[in-house]
Design a protein around this ligand. Structure first.
Ligand SMILES: *Cc1c(COP(=O)(O)O)cnc(C)c1O
Length: 389
């Protein structure tokens, strides 16, 4: 018995090899500095946990409507209006099992076999694989460090072909930390609109943003752009709720309807009592978010100044999310070799850029303690000095 063809088209996570090696070394008692985390190191705030615990205690344990409970979809609609300046009716909002699920739903509901999806690189690892799972083709467009790893209008124009169906935008960005300005987003989506593309706007890191940078929702630009944009967001990153598996999207009515059908047969609703926690996350005090972002901002300053002080490494200053890319191309090693040696010789775990479509960089997550940051930075400094000989 052979698995279906799709199994051969999907690449297993390239980050896994380093991760399992880091875990094995840890199990041997080695003191590993981990920069691999793709999630906040904070616990979910208490008032959110309490709302879910209360829902459980009260027996809120049955199916909800497939696309999420009305109270939560209403709260999301209000949030999108107040914070993002976009008008969606609750019926246009689909709550799913994580924003990852929302992205997959969005691609499934818009792309046909043979369609091309334009993905700026470095990219979030799952986008190209989701596109392939939908039978469509990822079209990867490398971005440049000198442009802050942001896709330019020229690069987008050159990437568009008659097969192009969708553009994926992710701002603030994982793994680059780039935040597109309102004007930059407007310039890109205008081009996408001329060629009749859908826009998938993944805004999951919108609240994790520094130095007064502002998040911006593509769908807020104009009616025409709203009609072709799917806005994705969620709770994992803003509220430290990765394990809860809750995300959402907002889409024009026909797309939302299609996604509602797809989800009703694939997973049905996301967990009932987790949704009650999400209502609390949206409706109660946002101080918890401010505190987490303040901590991330301090760590960003620490890691940016630490890495850029190392001879041979250069970085673009991240303006959002909790990752930084270190350009290690001056050492002349493929990123996987560099990261393997860094782990074995210096006990520092980072993710090789080849996993994100750029073999000259590695990704470090600063969702970790200051102690881990300081110790890790000094190990990277020594490792690089040894490499240069
Ligand atoms: C983490 C992440 C997501 C999805 O998060 P969920 O835990 O599935 O809600 C989506 N997009 C990007 C870019 C991410 O980093």
């Amino acid at each position: 018995m052979e698995p279906a063809n799709i199994a051969n088209r999907i690449t297993p996570s390239l980050t896994l090899a380093i991760d399992s090696k880091a875990k094995a070394l840890k199990a041997e008692g080695k003191d590993i500095c981990g920069f691999g985390a793709g999630e906040p190191d904070f616990d979910t705030p208490d008032h959110i946990k309490l709302a879910a615990a209360q829902a459980l205690a009260e027996g809120f344990t049955k199916y909800t409507p497939s696309s999420g409970m009305p109270e939560l979809r209403q709260a999301i609609a209000e949030k999108l209006k107040a914070e993002n300046g976009v008008d969606y009716k609750p019926g246009q909002i689909i709550v799913s099992c994580g924003a990852k699920h929302s992205c997959y739903n969005a691609i499934l509901a818009t792309c046909n076999p043979g369609d091309e999806v334009i993905i700026p690189a470095p990219y979030w690892v799952s986008y190209p694989e989701m596109v392939k799972m939908a039978g469509a083709e990822p079209y990867l467009v490398p971005t440049k460090a000198e442009n802050g790893y942001k896709l330019t209008p020229e690069e987008l124009q050159n990437a568009i072909s008659p097969s192009s169906k969708m553009l994926i935008l992710n701002s603030p960005n994982n793994p680059t930390g780039a935040v597109y300005t309102e004007n930059e987003i407007a310039a890109l989506v205008e081009i996408a609109m001329e060629d009749d593309l859908f826009i998938l706007s993944d805004e999951i890191y919108e609240k994790i943003i520094y130095d007064g940078a502002k998040p911006f929702s593509a769908a807020s630009i104009s009616k025409q752009i709203y009609e072709r944009t799917i806005t994705v967001n969620g709770f994992s990153k803003s509220y430290a709720m990765t394990g809860w598996r809750l995300g959402y999207l907002a889409a024009p009515e026909p797309i939302a309807k299609a996604i509602d059908s797809i989800q009703s047969h694939a997973t049905s609703n996301p967990t009932s009592f987790a949704q009650k926690g999400a209502v609390a996350a949206l409706k109660e005090s946002q101080d918890c978010v401010k505190e987490m972002v303040k901590a991330f901002a301090e760590r960003r300053d620490l890691i940016y100044s630490g890495l850029t002080a190392i001879e041979g490494i250069s970085c673009v200053k991240p303006m959002g999310a909790f990752y930084i890319l270190a350009d290690i191309s001056s050492f002349g090693l493929p990123s996987s070799k560099f990261c393997e040696a860094l782990l074995e010789q210096a006990l520092v775990a980072a993710v090789p850029g080849v996993a994100f479509g750029n073999d000259g960089v590695m990704r470090l997550s600063y969702a970790c303690s200051k102690e881990n940051l300081e110790k890790g930075l000094s190990r990277i400094r020594d490792f690089c000095a040894r490499l240069r000989g």
